[in-house]
Design a protein around this ligand. Structure first.
Ligand code: ASP
Length: 303
């Protein structure tokens, strides 16, 4: 184990068109501190990513876990995925209700099942089998958001721009063994038909990790991100020699030019190079590298 390896974490709390809510930055800073102590104690990148996302799901401050947006029938159906870069192992849940931590369910699917993704009731039962905590209360604001966005009309991308703040969560980390990992978790996008699934549980869409490329967690309108397989594209560009910021910039610009998709990404490679980049007005995120202080901030558009 390379004990001197510089540990790095990047976390995001979503890209959007409205400023971050009060408390989100403090939460991210706290989450990063927890993540780095897991890595310093020899925990894996996967362990750190899972725990950090659990904390954000539980905070109720983001559109994930207990803060999830509701679908048109009033139910929260959540998406999450997690992946590691050494053997390309991955787990995902789509459209799952009733469990507090979809990311923990995704990790269990990766570790304990022969599958990559479980959806809906099957995912909930799988989580219950492993005694995952139930989700009891959900953000009632979500229902109001659905109503608001239904009233506003227009196409999906325009709607996303008009209602979206910084909300979906994700994390990337590199551990002492030099393995990278990525995860994403979301309550989706309003308005959503019951059963709608976004990019966050799609391996290669919203999440990807390959030690030969990089770890990526995406945020933005899933209906666009899926169509360009953005997370995988960023990793592939970086495997072919681009720095993680050039790779992410290229893929996000391609999404914008090709299908007018706006999104944000956090990326991290095995050399500890990381970036946060977005084509939305705002993105909230934070980093820690080595012994430096954790930094959480709201970032303004550069692309
Ligand atoms: N990517 C998420 C989804 O489409 C939403 C977001 O990142 O804001 O489900």
């Amino acid at each position: 184990m390379a004990k001197n390896r510089e540990l790095v974490i990047a976390v995001h709390g979503g890209a959007g068109f409205k400023k971050a809510k009060k408390g989100q930055l403090d939460c991210i800073e706290e989450v990063i501190r927890t993540g780095i102590s897991i890595l310093r104690d020899g925990g894996s990148g996967l362990d750190a990513v899972e725990k950090m996302i659990i904390l954000m799901e539980d905070s109720g401050l983001f559109n994930a876990g207990s803060g999830s947006h509701l679908q048109m029938d009033g139910a929260a159906r959540m998406d999450a995925s997690i992946m590691e870069g050494k053997d390309l192992m991955a787990g995902a849940v789509a459209s799952v209700s009733g469990i507090a931590n979809p990311i923990a369910c995704a990790r269990l699917i990766m570790d304990k099942s022969l599958h990559i993704m479980l959806a809906g009731e099957g995912a909930r039962r799988f989580g219950a089998h492993y005694n995952l905590r139930e989700l009891r209360s959900i953000d009632k604001e979500g229902l109001k958001a659905v109503k608001r966005s239904l009233d506003s009309g227009g196409d999906q991308a325009r709607l996303y721009k008009s209602v979206y703040g910084c909300e979906t969560v994700g994390a990337v980390a590199i551990d002492l063994e030099g393995n990278i990992a990525a995860g994403s978790s979301t309550g989706g996008f309003s308005p959503m038909l019951p059963g709608r699934v976004g990019d966050s549980p799609i391996i290669g869409g919203g999440t990807y990790a390959d030690n030969r490329g990089c770890a990526v967690s995406m945020t933005g309108l899933g209906e666009k991100i899926i169509r360009c397989s953005v997370a995988k594209e960023i990793s592939t560009f970086s495997e072919l020699g681009d720095s993680v910021s050039i790779a992410a910039g290229k893929a996000i610009m391609r999404l914008l030019k090709r299908i007018d998709g706006r999104a944000g990404a956090i990326t991290l490679n095995r050399d500890g190079e990381y970036c946060l980049i977005h084509s939305t007005d705002f993105m909230v995120g934070g980093f820690i590298k080595g012994k430096k202080m954790a930094v959480a901030d709201q970032f303004k558009r550069v692309l």
